[in-house]
Design a protein around this ligand. Structure first.
Ligand code: FES
Length: 103
């Protein structure tokens, strides 16, 4: 396991919620899909919209800027206008703390 950073607590992120977090300049988007936490790169590959401020439906987030869609479990683009996927990050939940491996 690499470098785990606590980015939020579970009470910040109820099921169905999204969160935009900045870890020393690295934008992350964190999602709670039915109790499972997922983290992906938070910067939309279209024009840089904040994916953590988008709308989560099931496992798909819609970018708040122009509506590109990403699968939050894989980072894959599933709807235009974005063309490239975003990275995924390993999440560890320890008690209330949501930790992301940013190494
Ligand atoms: S910046 Fe995300 S769809 Fe344009």
């Amino acid at each position: 396991m690499g470098k785990l950073i606590t980015v939020a607590t579970l009470s910040d992120l109820p099921p169905g919620a999204c969160l935009h977090v900045d870890v020393s300049g690295l934008a992350l988007a964190i999602f709670n899909v039915g109790g499972t936490i997922h983290a992906i790169g938070g910067t939309c590959t279209h024009r840089g919209g904040p994916l953590g401020k988008g709308e989560l439906e099931g496992t798909v987030v819609t970018c708040p800027w122009h509506g590109a869609q990403f699968e939050v479990t894989t980072g894959q683009v599933v709807g235009p206008p974005a063309g490239q996927s975003v990275p995924t990050y390993t999440v560890v939940v320890e008690g209330e703390a949501i930790q992301v491996d940013v190494s």
